[in-house]
Write a protein that binds this ligand. Sequence first.
Ligand code: AKG
Length: 275
Amino acid sequence: MSGASMQAMAADYARDGYYSPLRVLTAAEAAACRRQVEVVEARQIETLGGAMRHKPHLILTCLDGLIRNETLLNAIEALIGPNILCWTTLFFTKEANDPAFVSWHQDSTYWGLNTAEVVTAWVAFSPSTRESGAMRVLPGTHRAGQLPHEETYAPHNLLTRGQHVRAEIAEQDAIDLELAPGEASLHHVGLIHGSGPNRASDRRIGFTIRYIPTSARQLLGKDSAVLVRGEDAYGHFAPEPPPACDLEPAAVARYLAANERHNSILYAGATHKGR
Ligand SMILES: O=C(O)CCC(=O)C(=O)O
């Protein structure tokens, strides 16, 4: 992206709370990454936790590469500055013809971060369309500030507590962020978004990467992150090293410990544990 396009992208993001689409991988690279992930999924390694829960970039080299993707980081730098941490990653996978959905919510609700300078990159590993349950956003809602949420723990809801924002939802204003494999969307931590079920015959696989500036603080406990660009002059997050190879035993041990820490943050104060 040229300097001028980058400025236009940042202006769109500031106004709407999202930007889409951004091509970050070729279709072939996205397919290779998908294969690598699905090989590991097929092994159903119990200790990894359901669907390789949080931070799978700590154990799979293709995902470690993706969080450091040059095109992605150039865009993120234009939004939150040059010193960037990858706080966490998570797959949002809906199987073919799957009732799984994501209720309307703001990411900021349970993350414990002291800043709104948090950007999610949602990278498509398979076609994300209206039919397959693409992510939907309500433009401009990131400017409303933090809204209350109701915890539903509804079956098929992919969110940790099945949380739903308590606000009037203008469905007619929602935008479907349709993406081809290898394309990404970017969204603000306060933007109201969600998605419907997958009615297509392929899986809908979205890999989310949450980026924060190194100045961010975690208010709910000890936390860790990967420095992906620039310098960390703050040290608020313990550093997370990359895996030397896929499922490297030492990396798996670090991943499991990081998941435990991460869960204690995401479920702080929860009546029970959802997904
Ligand atoms: O994948 C989806 O449909 C929703 C993703 C999401 O809620 C998020 O990235 O925060």
